[in-house]
Design a protein around this ligand. Sequence first.
Ligand SMILES: CC(C)(COP(=O)(O)OP(=O)(O)OC[C@H]1O[C@@H](n2cnc3c(N)ncnc32)[C@H](O)[C@@H]1OP(=O)(O)O)[C@@H](O)C(=O)NCCC(=O)NCCS
Length: 187
Amino acid sequence: MSAGGNEGAVVIRTATGDDLDGIVRVGHETWRATYEPIAGPEYVQMGLAKWWTADAVIPGIRVGRTLVADDGGTVVGMASYGSQDDELVLWKLYILPDHQGRGIGRSLLDEVVARASQLGHAELHVSYIEGNDQAGRFYERNGFRQAHREAGGSGLPDEIWLVKDLSGGDVALPADGAVAREERGTR
Ligand SMILES: CC(C)(COP(=O)(O)OP(=O)(O)OC[C@H]1O[C@@H](n2cnc3c(N)ncnc32)[C@H](O)[C@@H]1OP(=O)(O)O)[C@@H](O)C(=O)NCCC(=O)NCCS
């Protein structure tokens, strides 16, 4: 599968162990560029230590739920998804800054949506942190609707949760309001 437009050389595929370094690099470079201006360097250091070590990334590769955008052998973007309770969540979607705005994010998202449907899910869930307006616009342009806000707590930014209906029917949205923060292993 190729990304659209003039990104014909970029292939969207399931990650293998050989992609580990490239995935971690995408996470580190994109997290710094995206979140330092919004949430500061301490937030970035916390997130990189928690979600972007080899130990944090390998499980998602092992279960086949990590995708990469491969540009001639270089990993320039990645996505990973997984279950939380009965819901399927897009935990990570990151494109290297120099490769953003070329349709790669949309191609990765399309593949996650296709897989979610194949798995029988009627919805796909995602969150972004308050202030990451680029991500919010991207998800809303790609069919997600805001569902609820999750309080960050301890000086951390709030998270805005969105849902995309995969069934073609109506989605029951929860009432607005903060919900308890839960630990996640795969973001
Ligand atoms: C948010 C993010 C994942 C979106 O991915 P992306 O690859 O930049 O997004 P896309 O290129 O698919 O789409 C963005 C815009 O690029 C342009 N675009 C899309 N396809 C294109 C193509 N083939 N050629 C040129 N431009 C294109 C369009 O203007 C598109 O806007 P549209 O949806 O109105 O059409 C990416 O910008 C990113 O990694 N941001 C930083 C990290 C982040 O915030 N991640 C999300 C965490 S919740």
